[in-house]
Every structure is written in C-alpha cells, then in structure tokens.
Ligand binder design. Structure first.
Ligand SMILES: Cc1cc2nc3c(=O)[nH]c(=O)nc-3n(C[C@H](O)[C@H](O)[C@H](O)COP(=O)(O)O)c2cc1C
Length: 177
C-alpha cells in the first residue's frame, strides 16, 4: 500500500553525516510550521525554537556537545518556556509537548528530502548549560533537543522496529523484562 505519511515515519533515521548543501529557508520555515502543528497539553504550546545556521555557532555545538559532533549546515533548538503555559497543570507536560514538536520536525524533514538527527539536551544539566550559553537562552527557557538538519551523506534504510512482544491486548501480561 502506498502511504507517504508512513513512508516518512519509517524512513526517518538518525543521519550523522551531511553534505555542504545549505537548507533552503522555505524548507526551514515548513519544518517550523510542522513543529507548531504538534499537539500540546491544553494546547498551551510551551515551545520556542532557535534556528541556527551561523557556522561559528554550529562549530560551538560540535565542539562543546560530546554527542553532538555532526556537520549539518543548520540546527533547530527546541525549547520549553513555562511562561507560555497559561495553565499550571499543563506546565507539567512541557517535555511531552516539546518532544511532539521535535518528532514532527523529524518526520516533516523526510517528506522534504532532508535528513536530521535528534541530539538530546534536557535533562542533562551540562548539555542544557552549553546550549543556553551558545544561543543566549534565559534561565527559565530550557532546551529539550537540538535537531541537526541538512542533506544526507550516508544512506540508512527505512525500518519499523515493530516488536509484537511489546504489544498487549486488553490486559498487560508480564514478560521477561
Ligand atoms: C531523546 C533522544 C536523544 C538522542 N540523543 C542523541 C545524541 O545526543 N546524539 C546522536 O547522535 N543521536 C541521538 N539520538 C538519536 C538516537 O541515537 C537514535 O534515534 C537511535 O539510535 C535509533 O536510530 P534511528 O533514529 O536511526 O531510528 C537521540 C534520540 C532521542 C530520542
């Protein structure tokens, strides 16, 4: 069955080697539109995004984040800002909200012929401090993820990772785990 949405979901892989080709501004804009289409608790949308294409800043990410040494020409920092959540109960869900926005960017990127990798930032205090410093975030704004974006220099096959043992129907049955 042809299904472009599922193709993008299964085709999304973490790409860690990129060409020098810059990402078109219209595509970056579409990625941010996809991000902000994500669901969020009580629709509070506690997210903000920092788009980074300056080579000096990208070089700082590469040298200062031990798991973030990737040569992409662009990066999007997905941030949670509790001051944007009008509802205190919804504020508890900022990680879920910003994760949904992050995943939307990754899947939308595939549909635009782009490659990405999600670099985890929060909840590792050192990574949070480094990203805050590089892009100038105030203390109340927390970077959840840094997404590198570019054109792939490596090929990875689509896959589902489906595992029937992880699925329980009606009632949870204890397994080996
Ligand atoms: C919360 C989170 C943090 C991650 N952090 C990193 C990271 O710091 N560096 C990196 O290269 N990949 C990172 N990844 C990507 C994972 O390593 C990758 O998703 C996983 O190995 C599965 O491969 P796939 O994305 O190709 O399906 C992260 C993924 C998630 C969801």
């Amino acid at each position: 069955m042809q299904n472009p949405t599922l193709d993008s979901i299964f085709g999304r892989r973490s790409i860690r080697k990129y060409t020098d080709q810059p990402v078109e501004p219209e595509k970056l804009d579409l990625l941010l539109q996809a991000a902000m289409a994500a669901p969020s608790a009580m629709n509070c949308k506690p997210w903000e995004f920092v788009l980074v294409t300056e080579p000096e800043k990208l070089a700082q990410f590469r040298s200062r984040l031990i798991f973030g040494n990737r040569n992409a020409p662009a990066a999007i920092v997905v941030c949670g800002n509790p001051r944007l959540s009008t509802n205190p109960a919804a504020r508890l869900f900022w990680v879920a909200d910003c994760s949904a926005a992050t995943e939307n960017i990754l899947v939308a990127a595939v549909s635009l012929g782009l490659a990405t990798v999600w670099v985890g930032v929060h909840p590792v205090g050192d990574f949070v401090r480094v990203v805050r410093d590089i892009v100038g975030l105030p203390r109340y704004v927390t970077p959840l993820s840094l997404i590198y974006v570019g054109y792939a220099l490596e090929v990875k096959q689509p896959r589902t990772q489906f595992d029937a043992a992880r699925v329980h129907w009606q009632q949870y049955k204890k397994g080996k785990g």
